[in-house]
Design a protein around this ligand. Sequence first.
Ligand code: 5GP
Length: 174
Amino acid sequence: MSEVKGKILFTKEQIEARAAELGAQISKDYEGEEVYIVGTLRGAVMWMADMMKYITNDAEIDFMMASSYGSGTTTSGVVKVKKDLEGDIYNKNVIIIEDIVDTGTTLKHLKAYLADRNPKSIKICTMLDKPSRRLVDLKADYVGFEIDNLFVIGYGLDYDQKYRNLPYISYLEG
Ligand code: 5GP
């Protein structure tokens, strides 16, 4: 067993339990409807895999990649779509699965970008939310956990592309 990186905030068990709760909520909210699940690469993959298991509706799965961060820990405010959806979301119930909402810049942009294609609805499900950091008006519909202004790693989240595979969420002490 390798040593723990940083201070653990949430264990795998806690995250999975929360995914089960939110998955049940989403399944209920969209009862009788199909959903189009959009995971944001690369940070949301572990959380998306958890969430998917607990969404019982008929579902399509797709991915997008957008970037607002460079390789450091501060946002540039510039959002670029690096990989677009493969499928058509017209008249579909889109649920964006995100790793973390920080300033909100990335998701605000992504949401508007996808809304242009006239889906039936768009909601956001994020694993983590840092409301104190928000710079734009953006609210996630489903939030795994709210956290303070900490730089977190693990469970999909990186620092310089490392630590995404840690099976827990921790923070680096500065
Ligand atoms: P926003 O556009 O909301 O400011 O930033 C969203 C993106 O910034 C996230 O998808 C994530 O890639 C990155 N980010 C924001 N906060 C953190 C953090 O605490 N840890 C890591 N690893 N990435 C973060």
